[in-house]
Structures are given as C-alpha cells and as structure tokens.
Design a protein around this ligand. Sequence first.
Ligand code: 2RA
Length: 343
Amino acid sequence: RYPRIAVLGATGAVGQEFIRLFEERNFKFSSLKLLASARSAGKKISVCGKEYVVEEAKPESFEDVDIALFAGGNISKVLAPEAVKRGAVVIDNSSSFRMDPEVPLVIPEINPEDILWNKGIIANPNCSTIIMLMALKPIHDLSRIKRIVVSTYQAVSGAGKEGIDELYNETAAIAKGEHYEPTILPSASLPIHYQIAYNVIPQIDIFLDDDYTKEEMKMVNETHKILHDDSIGITPTAVRVPVVRSHAESIYIETEDVLSVDAVKEAIKNFPGAELVDDVENMKYPMPLDTSDKTDVAVGRIRKDLVSPNGINLWVSGDQIRKGAALNTLQIAEYMIEHDIIK
Ligand code: 2RA
C-alpha cells in the first residue's frame, strides 16, 4: 500500500511546493492530510485533481500517518515528537532538530545512509547549505575539500512571502518617487529594518557571539554534520539580495590534491541533482532567473584560483524553495519508500 502522508504548513510557500511536486513527480499516497494553523483551517486546496480541506494541526492529526512532511517553523518542535509518538516518521524543514545528534541531517544525493539510523525524525538542512553542498560533494569525492570560503546571494523569498512583498512594495514606491518603510528585512524580529530594493544586506537572521550570523553558522555546522568531517575550515558570509527566488553563492575551495578544472566539470556533470552551466565563451553561467522552479542546482564559473594551486572558484545557483526545502524533503520520503524503510 502507498504511505499515508501529512503535510504540516500546507498553505505556505514550502507547503505549496510539496503539492506541486506531488503532481510533478507522481508521488503516490493512500491518504493525505493538509495541516496548518487555525487561521488557515477550512481552506480548500486541490492536489492531483482532488480537493482537500486544510485542517488545524493538532497532536491527534498524526494518528494514521506514515510520513509527515513538515514545512518548517517553530511549531515543529512541539508537533514532531507528537507525530513520532503516534508512529509517523517526520521529515522536518525547521532548524529545531538539525544539530540534534539523535537526528540525521540528510541530502539524499549525499548522505542517504544516514536515513537508516533515524529514530522518527529526519532533518532537512538549511537551503544555503543544501545548494552549496550539491556543488561541492562531487568535488569532495575527487579530493577532500579542506577549506571553503563562501558568500551567499540569497533571494527575498527566503524570508517568506513578507520578504517578497517588501521588495515589490519598495520597488513600486521608489518608481513613483515615494518612500516605503521596510519592516521585514533583515529579520522581522529585529528593531531595525533596511530597504532591500536597489540594495544588498549583509545580514541574514541574528548575529551570534562571534559576529557571524545564525544563517552563516548553519552553513558551517550543517556541512560538518552532513559530510561527517568537522575539520573542514569554512568561512561564510550570508547576504540578502533583491532577487525574488533562487539563491546564488560564490564559493572558493581548497582541496587536498591539485584538481584540473576539467576533472571538476566532469564530476559535477555526472552528479545527480547538479547541472553544469559553464560556457564562458557563450556567456552561460548559473543565474537565479534561470534556476527558479528548476530541480537541479546549477554550477558554473569554475576556474583555478590565481594564487593557490589547490584552490578553485565556482558560482552556484539553486531554487531554495525547491531543492533547498520541499524537494529535498520529498526526496528523503521517496528514498524511504523505495528502500522499504517505512514501517
Ligand atoms: C533565508 N535561510 O534565505 C533562509 C530560508 N530558509 O533566509
């Protein structure tokens, strides 16, 4: 029989992407519950040609559920253990469990074997980490990466629908010679906000004690956990840019051995989920407008460093709502179904 599925956060951007992906990937289920906060309960959503009514998420909602896909947010912390208690496997997009040693943190193309030791919850990594590692894992397989310096160029949709609205509202106001007071970026919870239209903001989430942001430290800690190697030196800078959808990243790496650009290109070309977009003669390189709504993470501008023979520079772009969130989560579910891991 096909698994019984629940989607928590069905009305948000990631929840909606799950639904699109169910149709696109012909994902089979024997039953489907669409769950959200009380505010969204009662909404009707069509999935694969059938209409479903959104229900308020409660602990009891997870009775008779095999796989619960959690779109993210603080509610995960409360409802994930409730779902597990009732026999469901939770695949969670929030940051609540990512660094919990009892919880595997998985990118199916990279460390699917970690799914096997799950105790009911499997965590989906942060979008910036997923997009970076989809480009780096094929290189890491050629020769261990010992150093990463990465700067992100993150789309406003990473801050939710409010982030998109803020960019549009500011742009429209500026075009009319008016001012629109920002309230969302860099983070709605902070007392100060900056205009994102015609600007870039070098802060995503709050600053931590070492003056790195939470978003930046996610990239460090999650990379170590996924690659099972805490000795990789990582220096991140996370930046919000006035792009609607799809994150981009400029990445410098140093590998243990000297690698040729051709070998790196070949490895990326052959890695499932990565697409080589690198033809400088014809001005082909990854760009957010091209990678939005696409499944693969695009990698290009691959070139040797000008100083270190072991250094390589590259440029990556990927849809953070898709591979950075909903798709990666669904791929974990697909892997479990395919390998008969679901009870
Ligand atoms: C952002 N990392 O782009 C977030 C989304 N998960 O702000």
